[in-house]
Structures are given as structure tokens and as C-alpha cells.
Design a protein around this ligand. Structure first.
Ligand code: RUB
Length: 311
């Protein structure tokens, strides 16, 4: 297996690469590098290599549909091109696949820019914004709002056990945004003064439910209790296609040592990394095509990703 595929798998597994978008981008970048350096002698073996690398990357974190969707698209594209009469040599197929993967990355970045602008517009002037964990998609909305010269402040929660809230706080402070970091248990306290909540998404199901960092549903429920709008900034690539067939999105349970490395005898430790928030608590999804109700995510995502239902 190509060295950049191996290194990316290692880094994703070791949580050196975090956040759905970063994970997906790194996986596609590694796949493009392996396609570029492939020594395959036939189109069939090139496609086999590509599919194996894509599978291995997807398995490095089975709970990230954005990564899966982009890798599947690369494999599908290679299969389609290989059928074309004009693409006879491996060199030609390789060139097309690498160019396509780079195009996909550019498309992801372009969409993310548009999404950030829609999210920025949603932030009212003088608002208190709450966020949780580290989501590059959510912070991009806040940074875009700052660039629009909006005045607002952000409270982010530390997100135990891996403290991704610190990353958010550092990034926002670096962008000149007024930001406060506090403990996860202070969610209700700060909600009383909040105007809007923006969190990220690892996955969105066919019913519009949101899968995101543990603590997200608590924040959503408290937002509803206080009549505060609760948004998730989620590219349509976050849609999980298998959920329409009833397959439940897997929730990753991480190393208990992250919670307590040497607990006393008899103490059980659980460390769920993510959880589901029901669609009814999500005021809307901020996507690259606009701010949409949770019930529309499925239809817009399947169209964008070219997914055929029962196809
Ligand atoms: C990160 C997390 C983020 C989503 C979205 O968890 O839950 O909210 O991945 O991130 P972890 P983004 O750090 O454990 O991967 O908006 O960057 O895709």
C-alpha cells in the first residue's frame, strides 16, 4: 500500500487528524497520491489498487460518511472512465483519476466557502454564539462573520475528554473573535444568554438526524428549552447514504483511558465519541446550497451526490 495511504490511516486512527472535513480531505489527498504513483500495468489492476486503498482509508474511521462518499465517488469515477473507449492506457486513466480527485477537493473547498457565508449571515449582530467541540465548518462561519465586520462573541465548551474546545477557542481568538472557553457542564448556564448555537456534523441521516460529538444533543435540547436557534453547519457530503435502508450510523466508542487511565476496581468507564440529535431539535442545516430544514437534507444530498435510491 502507498506510503501516504498508510500514513493517513495511521494518523486518522491515532486521532492526529480530527474533524469530518479534515479526515475526508486527507483521505482523498492520500488516494490521489497513491493513484499518481501507481505502478499498475492494466486498468483493471489500477482500479483494484484504487478500490483497496479507498476501502482501507474508509475503514480507518468507519463513522465518517463524508470520507466514504468522496472515496466512493473516486472509485465510481475510475470504473466509469475505464469503460470509455478513449481511455485505453493505464497512464490515461491515472491522469483522469488524479485530476478528478483534485477537482473534488477544489469543489469541497469552494462549497465550504459558500457555506461559511450563509452561516455568517445567520449570526445576528451583538450575538452570543455557542459552539461545541471543534468543527472547521462551524468556525469558518464565525470567521466569515468577523470578516463581514459583525460584532459577536462566542462561548465554546471544552469537550471532554479530548478538549477539542481548546482548539476552537485558539482558532477563534487567532481570528480576532471574542471567545470564552468553559466547562461542558456550563451549557445550560450560557444558553440563557445565547442567541444562536452552531455546531458541526459528522453525519446526517436520511431522517435528518444529526450525528456529532457527544454533548451535542444536550446542547440542542437546552437550546429548544430556551427557544434558541440550533444550527448544524454540514456540507451535503455529510449525508450517510446507507441510513435510508435502515442501517443505523455507527457511534464510535473510544479508548476508556481517555476518560480515566487508571480507575479504581469496580468503576466502569464509557467513552462514546459521538451521539445522535433528533432532526426535530435542529432548526436548520447550513449547507453549501443554503440554510435548509433538516427534512430537506436527504433530498438535496442525494441529488448532489448523484445517489440513486433502489438503483
Ligand atoms: C469532531 C466533531 C466535529 C465534526 C465536524 O470530532 O465532532 O463537530 O467532525 O467537523 P473529532 P468539521 O474531533 O473527535 O473528530 O466541521 O471540521 O467537518
Amino acid at each position: 500500500m502507498h506510503k501516504s495511504v498508510k500514513a493517513t490511516i495511521r494518523d486518522i486512527k491515532a486521532l492526529e487528524i480530527q474533524g469530518a472535513r479534515n479526515v475526508a480531505r486527507s483521505a482523498v489527498t492520500a488516494l490521489a497520491a497513491s493513484a499518481k504513483d501507481s505502478k499498475a500495468k492494466s486498468n483493471a489492476s489500477f482500479r483494484k489498487e484504487l478500490a483497496e486503498a479507498a476501502d482501507a482509508l474508509a475503514m480507518s474511521r468507519p463513522t465518517e460518511p463524508m470520507m466514504r462518499n468522496l472515496l466512493d465517488e473516486a472509485v465510481r469515477f475510475a470504473a466509469e472512465q475505464a469503460k470509455s473507449r478513449e481511455v485505453r492506457s493505464v497512464a490515461a486513466l491515472k491522469k483522469l483519476v488524479v485530476a478528478h480527485e483534485n477537482e473534488m477537493l477544489a469543489k469541497v473547498d469552494e462549497g465550504a466557502k459558500r457555506l461559511a457565508e450563509y452561516g455568517a449571515k445567520l449570526i445576528p449582530d451583538d450575538a452570543l454564539v455557542l459552539t461545541h467541540c471543534h468543527s472547521s465548518t462551524s468556525t469558518s462561519c464565525m470567521i466569515a462573520a468577523k470578516k463581514m465586520r459583525k460584532k459577536f462573541s462566542v462561548v465554546c465548551f471544552e469537550t471532554r475528554p479530548r478538549w477539542q474546545g481548546r482548539k476552537t477557542a485558539a482558532e477563534l481568538a487567532g481570528a480576532g473573535i471574542d471567545v470564552t472557553l468553559t466547562v461542558d457542564g456550563a451549557m445550560n448556564l450560557f444558553m440563557k444568554k445565547a442567541d444562536i448555537v452552531i455546531v458541526g456534523a459528522d453525519s446526517v441521516t436520511s431522517r435528518g438526524d444529526l450525528i456529532n460529538k457527544i454533548g451535542t444533543s444536550t446542547l440542542a435540547h437546552i437550546a429548544r428549552m430556551n427557544d434558541v436557534s440550533f444550527y448544524s453547519a454540514a456540507e451535503l457530503f455529510k449525508y450517510s447514504p446507507m441510513t435510508i435502508y435502515g442501517t443505523r450510523e455507527k457511534i464510535e466508542e473510544r479508548d476508556p483511558k481517555e476518560v480515566w487511565d487508571r480507575p479504581p476496581r469496580g468503576v466502569k468507564i464509557r467513552n462514546p465519541a459521538f451521539e445522535a440529535t433528533a432532526a426535530k431539535y435542529v432548526s436548520g442545516y447550513i449547507t453549501e446550497l443554503g440554510v435548509i430544514p433538516s427534512q430537506s437534507f436527504f433530498a438535496m444530498a442525494t441529488e448532489k451526490l448523484g445517489i440513486r435510491i433502489y438503483g
